[in-house]
Design a protein around this ligand. Structure first.
Ligand code: IMP
Length: 191
């Protein structure tokens, strides 16, 4: 852990280190580069804000070094429903900026938890006649999955605990933490 960062005292333990994230991102980019080597028009990366922002930035650069060209699109969605558990009913806050007809779409996701958001998003994108839609997710919580989502590329399976860092937040904080970790219980108590 780096010395002197404001968040050091709030993190209980590191689950996935910066180095592990870097290596895995390269590995995932390599797999995608091979699979899409002949993709007509390159790849259209679709990032779901805000959690996947860090992964999108690093994955796109890794892909650029070894794969076909890519373009970036950003969407923002919010799921209706109470509490922290997502309900599967999704509202679009920011839609795609352009037509994806005939494009090879790769959804770039931070974490697949219940799978409800992703399952909805895949159907939504497929309804717009792309050439293909696949998902690359850096993290997955296998115990939490409610709807099986065909996530072709997965970085790490992690325990069903609430984690922060590398884009993932708790109440909009900790996104800039460069690794993924678990917060100390006191942090939740004081919020
Ligand atoms: P779901 O798969 O529809 O349940 O929702 C997944 C979304 O919930 C992810 O894209 C994250 O933004 C968020 N999420 C799920 N688990 C965590 C976590 O442990 N920490 C922070 N955000 C999380």
């Amino acid at each position: 852990m780096a010395d002197g960062s404001w968040y050091d005292a709030d993190i209980d333990r590191v689950i996935i280190s910066e180095e592990q994230i870097r290596e895995k991102t390269e590995e995932l980019a390599k797999q995608v580069a091979v699979d899409y080597a002949d993709a007509d028009g390159g790849i259209l990366l679709v990032c779901v804000l805000k959690g996947a922002v860090m992964f999108m930035a690093d994955f796109a650069r890794a892909l650029g070094r070894q794969g076909p060209s890519s373009e970036m699109e950003f969407m923002a969605v919010s799921s209706y429903g109470s509490g922290t558990a997502s309900s599967g009913v999704v509202r679009i806050l920011k839609d795609l900026d352009r037509d994806i007809t005939g494009r090879h779409v790769v959804i770039v996701e931070d974490i697949v938890d219940s799978g409800l958001t992703l399952s909805w998003l895949m159907k939504y994108l497929q309804s717009r006649q792309p050439a293909s839609v696949e998902v690359v997710a850096l993290f997955r919580k296998p115990e939490a999955i409610k709807v099986p989502v065909p996530t072709k590329y997965v970085g790490f399976d992690i325990p069903s605990e609430f984690v922060v860092g590398y884009g993932l937040d708790f109440a909009e904080r900790y996104r800039e933490v460069p690794y993924v970790g678990v917060l100390r219980p006191e942090v939740y108590a004081r919020s």
